[in-house]
Design a protein around this ligand. Structure first.
Ligand code: C2E
Ligand code: MG
Ligand code: MG
Length: 628
């Protein structure tokens, strides 16, 4: 639910929809309390009760206060009713009074007279009630172009002056909360809220150590939803997501209170059972689960059945190496699948130790590059004001001989896990350079190509050298090439990252942050990185015209980009309403199905010609001209 708060900005009044409330992006600012994300704190935590200046005080006494105390960055002014009037900025004030004649004229006058003097401009401070959340304040400051980050803002209680808050304290709180969010994102699954693979591994390790001491058992149940791909493909991703959430609810119902339910990936889950006295309990839980999953799931008036295959392995009976235990439970699960699904198998010494589906894909991918099965598609980026096409994003696809055209969502993660992303990413770069050159040779307009760079690839020491060698090989203009990196790729090993970014920048490439807003960005680093552009993630673009939280975040990102002089592009624009809102808030470029899906190179050239002639026709249309 969104509430609205009144914020007075010396006279002017603005209504703000708080950023806090609901929605996944709110995790960005929310602390974690035992696996739960906490509500944002209020401004009370930032409050510094600083003695204010009365509006009838003389200007020279204010000057004396600044000169006496170096740490005083600004002073609030209040009227006789304890209402705040303004915030006097130290730097501005001292500069104003550094001239003799201003001291003589204004020194003996009171501060109200000074404020009425038109040559004294102090800017409008931000005034907030102390019950306002820090997110709301952050949003106001971002909207105001970050200018109150330095001077701070005035805090009121029941509309009367209560104190001031320093913009840097706010930044600190937000950074800490973002770090908590980073922890949350790194340890919990965003879709279902249960622990992910990383936290599971941690708990498993701990559980096995405990079990060893107490002479108890630990069990892992590996659960895979049968034919989940079919559900997803036939009903769509949002129905698929809903099914996964239902599955988690049922897993929790079947597990005992102290057990951990975790999501490994896609439709694969684990129940970790600690402190077991009897291996027979595993069978009981597994049976209960298989039975419960046979019951239909109600979804938007439809009813569907999603059975599961379960495999289990026990510590220390099946293995004493913690890392091998998961693989054995996985193998047992695969055994259950191959024996007709919808059932449970326990790991046995003769259970086959591999999951052919996974192994095959990884093997295939290894050969895909040599066999020339990878192909780049191109999605245009549109200038929202002129409708021209300044660039395209290159998106890789895999033309698999049996599976058809495979989207990157299905193989990038495997490529990253196996390290294959490095050669794959190198192929993408070479292919993008080659295509750029070919388009130039064919006389196409100069286009910018954006290429996605995976974290692993970017963190290779030799990455800048590789780029340099390819520039020489293909002879393309690096100014036309933009490398897209994600926030998470940039926010690790910051010193090394900064060094690599500088090297790449020196070669002449442009740099963009992809999916901006979904990861963890330290504002202070963002300022230091030689970045050219932010890409607003599509999750904020979706339904932006009727989702205030998305709108305020997109607005904050645009303001942030403006204050750091960065370009901006919005991803995933699907309809004219989304486009309109984004263009209205100052977003200059957009990309999305509204304009075009990612297209094969030849299709893109045709699309570009059609798009151009459409625009030309519209401009040259005499009736259109008359109407104007
Ligand atoms: P991304 O870089 O954020 O790319 C944008 C994704 O959004 C693309 O999905 C694109 O097809 C999709 N998209 C564009 N417009 C719309 C729209 O209006 N609505 C919706 N619903 N989706 C839209 P795609 O091609 O499946 O790529 C997914 C992700 O895979 C990319 O996300 C990127 O992270 C990764 N990827 C793609 N190509 C490469 C590559 O060459 N190297 C690396 N490392 N990653 C890649
Ligand atoms: Mg991208
Ligand atoms: Mg993106």
């Amino acid at each position: 639910m969104s509430k609205s708060i009144e914020l007075s900005q010396t006279g002017a009044s603005v209504a703000v929809t708080p950023v806090a409330g609901s929605g996944r992006l709110l995790r960005q600012f929310i602390f974690i309390d035992e696996g739960q994300l906490q509500e944002a704190p209020t401004v009370q935590e930032l409050l510094r009760p600083l003695a204010p200046v009365r509006d009838d005080e003389l200007c020279e006494t204010i000057l004396a206060r600044f000169l006496d105390d170096d740490a005083l960055y600004a002073l609030p002014v209040i009227d006789a009713e304890n209402k705040p009037l303004t915030l006097i900025d130290r730097k501005h004030y001292i500069e104003f009074f550094s001239k003799r004649y201003t001291r003589e004229i204004f020194g003996r006058q009171n501060v109200l007279q000074l404020l009425a003097y038109e040559d004294y401009r102090n800017g409008k401070p931000t005034v907030v009630e102390d019950t306002c959340t820090v997110e709301d304040v952050a949003k106001i400051i971002i909207d105001a172009g970050m200018q109150h980050m330095v001077t701070g803002f005035i805090v009121t209680r029941d509309h009367g002056y209560a104190g001031v808050a320093n913009g840097h304290d706010l930044l600190n709180i937000i950074t800490q909360r973002k770090q908590a969010e980073l922890y949350y994102l790194a340890h919990y699954d965003a879709l279902t809220g249960v622990p992910n693979r990383v936290l599971l591994a941690d708990r498993l390790e701990q559980a096995c150590r405990d079990a060893e001491r107490k002479g108890k058992l630990v069990a892992l149940l590996y659960i895979d939803v049968d034919r989940f791909k079919q559900i997803n493909d036939s009903l769509g991703h949002s129905a698929g997501d809903a099914v996964l959430r239902k599955v988690v609810d049922r897993l929790k119902t079947c597990a005992r209170r102290a057990d951990t339910v975790a999501r490994l990936a896609g439709d694969e889950f684990v129940i970790l059972m600690e402190n077991l006295a009897d291996a027979g309990d595993v069978e009981i839980v597994a049976r209960r689960l298989v039975k419960l999953m046979r019951e239909p799931i109600e979804l938007h008036g439809h009813s569907l059945v999603a059975t599961v295959s379960v495999g289990s392995a026990i510590f220390p009976t099946d293995d004493t190496a913690v890392s091998a235990l998961l693989a054995k439970a996985d193998a047992a699960m695969y055994d259950a699948k191959s024996k007709g699904r919808n059932g449970h198998r326990r790991y046995l010494p003769d259970t086959a130790m591999y999951n052919p589906a996974k192994m095959l894909l990884e093997n295939d991918l290894r050969q895909a590059i040599e066999r020339n099965e990878l192909v780049l598609h191109f999605q245009p980026q549109v200038d929202l004001a002129t409708q021209t096409i300044p660039g395209v994003e290159a998106l890789v696809r895999w033309r698999h001989p049996a599976r058809g055209l495979v989207p990157p969502g299905q193989f990038i993660a495997i490529a990253e896990e196996s390290g294959l992303i490095v050669p794959l990413g190198e192929w993408v770069i070479c292919e993008a350079f080659r295509q750029l050159k070919a388009w130039q040779a064919a006389g196409l307009q100069a286009l910018r190509i954006s290429v996605n760079i995976s974290a692993l690839q970017f963190h290779q020491r030799s990455f800048p050298a590789f780029l340099k060698a390819q520039l020489a090989e293909y002879g393309v203009d690096p100014g036309l090439i933009e490398l897209e990196l994600t926030e998470s790729a940039l926010m690790q090993n910051l010193d090394e990252v900064l060094q690599s970014l500088k090297e790449i920048k020196l070669l002449g490439f442009s740099l963009a942050i992809d999916d901006f807003g979904t990861g963890f960005s330290s504002l202070s680093y963002l300022r230091r990185f030689p970045i050219d552009r932010l890409k607003i993630d599509q999750s904020f673009v979706r339904d932006i015209e009727r989702t205030p939280v998305n709108e305020s975040i997109a607005r904050a990102i645009v303001a942030l980009a403006n204050s750091l002089s960065l370009d901006i592009v919005a991803e995933g624009i699907e309809n004219p309403l989304e486009k309109g809102v984004l263009a209205g808030m100052g977003c200059t470029e957009g990309q999305g199905y509204l304009f075009a899906k990612p297209l094969a190179a030849d299709d893109f050239v045709q699309w570009l010609a059609a798009h151009r002639s459409n625009n030309v026709v519209r401009l040259a249309d005499p009736r259109a001209a008359q109407r104007v």
